[in-house]
Design a protein. Structure first.
Length: 336
């Protein structure tokens, strides 16, 4: 049986506005990532992807608050830990995070090696600079980055090189889990390819055990991850193997998400683009029933009445819709 590196059980986190209103951006989310595997999380802007990424690290600061659920990394429960303990013994060593606009994470006034020294010394103040340099040099070489980068300032690096450097710094302490949040969105195609190749190599070289890759592009996840979860309004609405999620989505939102993206993959080139009408619900007062109901062309009266659970359909696949799998497939086949 494969070793589960990251397990999340019924995690709920919220934002509290200045008017003391609760916004449940992550609502009862559960997931598992096995060793050697990568999980993709997709959804439009505002669906809760980045909030989930922040929540998975177990490190909360206002206006984001932990509400309930468990986060377990390699058998260690990190949810509910004190912030100082999380910072010292979890971040960077158990789990690492590459944020959106990660290229701005580097200090422009310090060389890359000095930045790495700050990271390592924050975890172990006793380490000497020679050990840190040797570790950084070896790590950069394994990941295909020239050691000369260590002596450069961020301004001397191209966008793609900055992004790859941030990734290398993020995994310098060999975290078990890496979360990459839109790591290639601001790059040209060539740089994107290099970043994705580097991310793939992280598990091959043993730098990390598992990865979560977050983006709004389902086709990109197909080329990077083993499995995909689709988020909508703070909830997981579909989970499946990458190929199934991209080429055979079940949930109407997943179907709409794929239909709104131009993709070069064979079998999808002739699909007509179609926008998803409407806007996501207000999470200050989420609807009682299906959260996608107001935008769904397959909606029925019962969809708006009670909350919809995730229905398992076998082989690790599930979707959050009251319509039977057969009904959805027939509707899609007839172009309804």
């Amino acid at each position: 049986m494969a070793n589960v590196v990251l397990e999340v059980k019924d995690l709920t986190t919220k934002y509290i506005t200045r008017f003391r209103e609760d916004v449940y951006a992550v609502d009862h989310v559960s997931l598992k990532v096995e060793e050697g595997k990568s999980l993709g999380i997709a959804g439009e802007s505002g669906c809760g992807k980045s909030t989930l990424a922040l929540s998975l690290m177990g490190y909360y600061f206002p206006p984001l608050y932990y509400t309930s659920g468990e986060i377990i990394i390699d058998g260690k429960v990190i949810s509910g830990m004190k912030p100082d303990d999380v910072r010292k013994s979890v971040l960077g060593t158990e789990i690492a995070y590459i944020p959106q606009a990660a290229m701005n994470a580097l200090n422009p006034t310090r060389k890359i090696i000095n930045f790495i020294e700050d990271v390592i010394l924050a975890h172990d103040p006793t380490e000497n600079k020679k050990f840190i340099y040797d570790l950084a040099r070896a790590s950069f070489e394994i990941l295909g980055l020239p050691p000369e980068v260590l002596q450069k300032y961020p301004v001397e690096l191209s966008g793609g090189m900055k992004q790859r450097t941030v990734i290398a710094v993020s995994v310098i302490l060999r975290p078990k889990v890496l979360i990459a949040d839109e790591p290639s969105s601001a790059l040209d195609v060539t740089s994107q390819k290099m970043v994705i190749k580097m991310l793939r190599s992280l598990m091959d070289t043993g730098f990390i055990k598992a990865m979560i890759f977050i983006t709004h592009e389902l086709p990109l996840l197909y080329n990077v991850t083993d499995d995909i979860m689709v988020m909508y309004a703070g909830q997981i609405v579909e989970q499946a193997a990458a190929r199934e999620a991209v080429f055979d989505p079940l949930h109407p939102y997943s179907k709409g998400l794929m239909g709104s993206i131009i993709v070069p993959e064979a079998g999808l080139r002739d699909v007509k683009l179609a926008a998803i009408p409407g806007v996501p619900p207000n999470l200050k007062k989420p609807p009682a029933g299906c959260r996608f109901a107001e935008r769904c062309k397959y909606v029925r009266a019962e969809c708006k009445v009670t909350a919809v659970p995730l229905y398992a359909v076998g082989n690790g696949r599930a979707y959050r819709c009251i319509l039977a799998e057969q009904v959805l497939r027939e509707a899609y086949a007839h172009g309804q």
